[in-house]
Design a protein around this ligand. Sequence first.
Ligand SMILES: [Zn+2]
Length: 164
Amino acid sequence: MTENFQAHEIRDVIRINYKYTMGGQSKFFKELIKSKRLLGTKCSNCGKVWMPPRINCSDCYVPAEWIEVKKTGIIEVSTIVWFTTSAFIKNIPYAVGYIKLEGADTAILQGIFSENLVPSKIKKGKRVRAVFQKEREGKMTDFFFVPEDEYENWINKPEYEGGE
Ligand SMILES: [Zn+2]
């Protein structure tokens, strides 16, 4: 392409009806709706606790069993999101991060919301706690994490609740 090249772009909307199966991980989402429990899986051979859950241990290739992990954890890495899809535009800026929940050996990628989103709030090592949508649909957006010192403020908002 030459340096003066300019592509012709057309903005449009595509609507698609589809069904997406969570397969063997369905239990994670069903428990999320029903009881706000965060379920990982524990390898029956090496004992590694996977969160997000894996049906088979990725290290040993043997079946893993369901196990509940805590709703609190530590940020391992994070970033602030300024550009996103239409589904999340109302939330920007927000953070996403890999969070290692207590009782898990791996980290889960999830949204981190803060009432005062500055980099120091979402630094590596900061403690976060899960907040749940009151209206849950069995999706990853049914919960998100907040800095532990903001937890009470978030669960007192009408659309959210704590996981206890
Ligand atoms: Zn294993």
